[in-house]
Design a protein around this ligand. Sequence first.
Ligand code: CTP
Length: 406
Amino acid sequence: MFGHSDFGNSDLINMLTKKTIILGVTGGIAAYKSCTLASRLKDLGAEVWVVMTDAATKLVGPQTFRTLTGNPVVTDLFSQEIANLPVPHISLAEKADLIVIAPATANIIGKIAYGIADDALTTIVMASRAKKLIAPAMNANMWRNQIVKDNVRKLNEHDFHFVGPVKGKLACGEDDMGRMSEPEEIIEKIEELLKPNADLAGKTFLITAGGTREAIDPIRFIGNRSSGKMGFALAEAAAARGAKVILISAPTSLTPPETVTMINVISAKDMYEAVMKHRHDQDVIIMAAAAADFRPKITFWQKVKKDRDGLQLELANTVDILKDLGNLKNGSKLIGFAVETENLEENAREKLQKKNLDLIVANDTAAFESDSSQVKLIDRTGNVEDLPELPKKEAAHRILDAILRL
Ligand code: CTP
């Protein structure tokens, strides 16, 4: 938290450094204050992209924001300016850490609340999963209008945040409720929303990921469709929330997060050995890997040539890492995954019991290789939490929230 005099605080500069903030400016007279907001955000280290509605351009020239932010200003989805953007507007929406709309008119609030995307700003808001902050500015009677109130409530329910409005002198000359919050107050709220959540600080996590490979010969292996995305997302999310994370992964095409200790393995046996070596003193162990259940009984030392009459492979069971962890359990919370093609909940519950787990994440095979997943979280007390279909990065946070509640 900070006030007027704290703008030079170096911690805050760090907090906003490299953060991408989209500043949406709509047609309120307070648009001139958004110039101060844009330049202060930039001074604090943020990369600021301004998106203006048509009405806003009648109040402040886009050139002003262009100069203040050093970035092109988006006024129209089809303009030359947007065609020349180094990133297309949808990438901009995805890249943003936060979208702040200041000033926000009753009109933009209504449009967003009703899912209308008919200009650059509403389209970007709709396409973005970033945190969203709205700084309303309007006539007092408009702010008190039940329709506006309903829209604000609806947006609150959809995780939009609000700052202000406050009481003060309005464009119509009245001294009443509806004035946009001052830039300092808006920045204070942005800082609060971007503050990293450190609820896992001091906790240790061991997480496995990816599909193991069981060698047939030096070239060929038996594998599975796991991409490793869920395990990596969990590792990254736990580290972002302050945990110390060891990620043991079978081969994937993913870039390991810099914030975790990475251990690469290939087979289920390698994974078993690495997990057993590192399992001690872990607060939480999450087996998100698709460790193989079977391996070829014999691995050929040389490449098997094809000039033979077929090839019979005899498979042996691999060791069930999670089951062993369940048997050896002393203090760590143990989380497993269950991938099922039928009777999802029932089979997952059975695994939870059999493997002595604290929580099981059950999903069907649709999640394989996908960027999103829809999972059920089942704990020992029989509690079932049905998560909606979410990007794996968000599902990871929801799984961590559930682990924290165990
Ligand atoms: N698992 C493990 N070691 C193995 C196989 C699986 O630790 N050799 C773990 C997975 O990481 C996952 C959980 O066990 O957390 C469930 O995996 P799944 O393949 O769904 O179930 P299995 O226990 O293998 O049982 P089944 O094949 O009968 O469904």
